[in-house]
Structures are given as structure tokens and as C-alpha cells.
Design a protein around this ligand. Structure first.
Ligand SMILES: [Mn+2]
Length: 336
């Protein structure tokens, strides 16, 4: 029984996100309420559509229809609530109820060719947005105004929406790895970190660029180049067969050796797909093996409190011998 909307979509094509997608050895069904039954028929041919009346639990409908033909029932233990779990136990009494963890998420780690096409389209819009926004970065413009323009531009250029709330952090705020756009006005001497992405037909893109307004000093140039070197090293060696932590180490070693190891607190990257953050993780604890067709970000950073920070993020498809970089935007230090 699949409850998580992203997984329901992946398995069936149903985008309503309400109810349960059930798969048995003999067939498959979508259990949802009348707001979504017509939509489900169109989106998920091949699935029986079972209507759940108001006030009735989808788990009860599922049990009524399938209990007699099954021995076990799996549920998404990382997603459903304790109350829902109590319901499942009640309606499936006498059947073995098993936590099915992240079964569907594991299937999702390796992208099918059509999924990679959607991610590519999302990234094309994102790359185009980066070129567009550079014209707007001027002293006195608020971070929020820039983020707003980026989000509008993405939608005007084919995105179904944004993949996540735009991160736009300037000057000392750029030390916040996930600093949401604020009312702060851009000034000369600022690093401006922009982390953003478009959503295209459910699929996300994710990219970060840090640019500079004015003339950077030697330390600012040095920090930027360390991050760039760390990213380039990981991109050069990433390939199928390495573990997430191996790729993380490639970049982390560059930053450690430069003396900024304590200023790179997060993992190197993460999978991207229907969700903006998914498996595999590229981090010191990432023990999943990379395989062809996985889409991951490579995004080292250096962050110094009350001073500023730099992050550079590309999104790549892992291949047998390397990777295919989907991010085409410039990444030398751009001075505005
Ligand atoms: Mn990212």
C-alpha cells in the first residue's frame, strides 16, 4: 500500500496524492475519493479505481477488496502516521502487516530515460534563469525581488512550478547554506549565492551559483577557487561503482587541505528526481553504490559566519565511466 504522493505518482501515474495505491500479485488499484476518481482513470490506465466514500479510511476499502487474497500487507513505515498504522492493523487483522520502508524510493534511485529527459528540461529552464537574473543584480535590489523574478521567469519559461523555495543569500548572509531570500538589499562587495530549480512534469532540477558584485579581495577569490576545485575534482572522478562517501571524500579532501574543512558542514550532494532531495546521498556516511542512471548533485561549499560563503552546485547523471553534467551554466567567478 503506497501512501506517499511521490511514490503513488511513480508507480501509477496518479497525481492526486490522496488515498492509497495498492499493488498485489494479481493486479493494482487506486483507492481515492470522488474528487480524484475521474482524474485517476485518465492518469493511471491499468489500475482499478475504487472509490472511497467520505469518512471512510482508504485502508478499510483496501482491506475489504484484497484481504481475502493476500498473506502479507506492506505499508510505508517512513511516511504514514501512527494513527494510520493503528487503522491498518485494525482493518487487516489476521494478515501479516509489514513495514515496507523505502521500497519505492529505492526503485526511484535509477532513472528511466524519460525521467532523465524531464530532469534535463527542468535544468534547461534553470540555466536560462541564471543568465536572465544576472542582469537584475544591482546595488539596492532586495534578495526577495531577485528570487521573485527568478521564480516568475521559470514559470514563464515552461516550468510547472519551482522545485523548492529559492535560496538567495547575499553578503554576510551567504554564510547561511539555506538562507531563504530576505529583504536585505544587495551591496558592492557581496557574494550572492543563488540555489534554485524548476519543476517540469513532477521532476526537479537543482543548481547553485555564487556570483560577486564589485571587486573581490584575495580571500574571497581564494575561497571561491577552493570550492570550484573541490567540485571539479568530484566531477572528474565520479562514476558508477563508487560509494556516495567516496565521491564526498574527493571534494572534502580539497577543502580540508586548504584549511577550511570545518566550514563545509553538509554532505557533497544528493539524488534528485520527483523529490528535490532523495537517495543516494553523497556524504561521509553515504554507503549506497552509485549506478548508471542515478541523478545526483555535486555541491561543495565553504561558509564563514558573519563573513559569507560560497557554494557551487551541478546536477549530473552517473554513467559507467563518469557522468553526464546536466548543468550548463558558467562557474568561473562572475563579477558584476
Ligand atoms: Mn542541492
Amino acid at each position: 500500500m503506497i501512501s506517499k504522493p511521490e511514490n503513488q505518482f511513480y508507480i501509477s501515474g496518479f497525481s492526486g496524492g490522496e488515498g492509497v495505491v495498492a499493488v498485489t500479485c494479481r493486479g493494482a488499484a487506486i483507492i481515492t475519493d470522488s474528487r480524484y476518481t475521474e482524474q485517476a482513470k485518465t492518469e493511471a490506465p491499468g489500475f482499478a479505481i475504487l472509490e472511497q466514500k467520505a469518512g471512510v479510511s482508504p485502508f478499510e476499502v483496501c482491506a475489504n477488496n484484497f484481504k481475502s487474497e493476500i498473506k502479507n500487507v506492506g505499508f510505508e513505515s517512513h511516511y504514514i502516521t501512527y494513527d494510520q498504522f493503528e487503522d491498518i492493523k485494525k482493518y487487516f487483522e489476521g494478515i501479516d502487516v509489514k513495514p515496507a520502508g523505502s521500497l519505492v524510493e529505492e526503485l526511484r534511485t535509477i532513472k528511466e530515460p524519460h525521467e532523465i529527459e524531464m530532469i534535463k528540461k527542468a535544468q534547461e529552464i534553470t540555466d536560462k534563469t541564471f543568465v536572465h537574473i544576472l542582469k537584475y543584480i544591482k546595488p539596492g535590489v532586495a534578495e526577495k525581488d531577485l528570487a521573485c523574478e527568478m521564480e516568475y521567469f521559470m514559470k514563464k519559461n515552461g516550468a510547472d512550478g519551482i522545485a523548492f523555495d529559492t535560496i538567495l543569500a547575499s553578503g554576510p548572509r551567504s554564510s547561511l547554506p539555506h538562507g531563504r531570500a530576505s529583504g536585505r538589499k544587495i551591496q558592492y562587495g557581496d557574494f550572492i549565492t543563488m540555489d534554485f530549480g524548476a519543476r517540469y512534469s513532477w521532476y526537479c532540477s537543482d543548481m547553485t551559483r555564487t556570483v560577486f558584485l564589485g571587486r573581490p579581495d584575495d580571500t574571497q577569490v581564494k575561497i571561491y577557487n577552493i570550492v570550484l576545485e573541490a567540485q571539479k575534482r568530484a566531477l572528474e572522478y565520479i562514476k558508477s561503482g563508487l560509494l556516495g562517501k567516496d565521491v564526498d571524500r574527493l571534494a572534502r579532501e580539497v577543502i580540508d587541505k586548504s584549511g577550511y574543512g570545518n566550514n563545509f558542514g553538509h554532505g557533497l550532494g544528493h539524488g534528485v528526481g520527483i523529490e528535490i532531495h532523495e537517495s543516494p546521498r553523497l556524504s561521509p556516511k553515504g554507503d549506497m553504490e552509485l549506478l548508471p542512471g542515478m541523478v545526483v548533485t555535486v555541491e561543495p561549499g565553504i561558509y564563514i559566519e558573519n563573513y559569507g560563503g560560497v557554494r557551487i552546485e551541478d546536477m549530473v547523471v552517473v554513467t559507467q565511466n563518469g557522468c553526464d553534467n546536466l548543468t550548463k551554466s558558467d562557474k568561473h567567478l562572475i563579477l558584476l
